[in-house]
Ligand binder design. Sequence first.
Ligand code: ADP
Length: 192
Amino acid sequence: MLNIVLFGPPGAGKGTQSQKIKEKYDLIHLSTGDLLRSEIGAKTELGLKAKKLMDQGILVPDEVVVGMIDNKLQEHKGANGFIFDGFPRTVQQAGALDNLLESHKDSISGMIALEVTKNELVQRLLKRGETSGREDDKSEEKISKRVEEYENKTKPVADYYKSQHKFTSVEGIGEIDEIFENICSAIDKLPR
Ligand code: ADP
């Protein structure tokens, strides 16, 4: 199986690239952000709780997202593999993911990290905020909070995969198709 963690700060282009990767390699795309937003849309108890944190740019508790991923792995048992987008976002989530995959006799093939400068991120997210309708894209303050959460809690996840020799980084600024080609060359080098 091919299990990819697509990594990068908010606004790095993970969602856009995930769609393309999913099609080319026939993988299941699991975005914890999308899963949480669908809980919000369905007005579930979990969604209502998560919304309060998400609107402020704060991470939701690890057990919430790990539980959602657990369900999805069960649901798609026969899949060719998964692309994890926006997950794991803490070292604890990364450990939990390894345990979940191990219980399915599976493992992460590799992490691909999109490299984008802070300035570019803020510009992209503010622009997205004009049309996305996302509360957390609407002010520079909320965006900064998300970048801060990323720097403090999420960046160490890269070291987790580096120590397992599963880390590759790809330039995240440029044409979408060019970035995609570089991601594909990285994916094609992964063991499966
Ligand atoms: P972006 O990458 O643009 O910040 P996402 O859609 O991935 O957007 O996430 C939006 C929000 O959802 C995050 O700011 C956070 O509050 C919550 N969230 C998403 N994934 C996770 C996760 N794995 N752990 C904790 N919180 C998460």
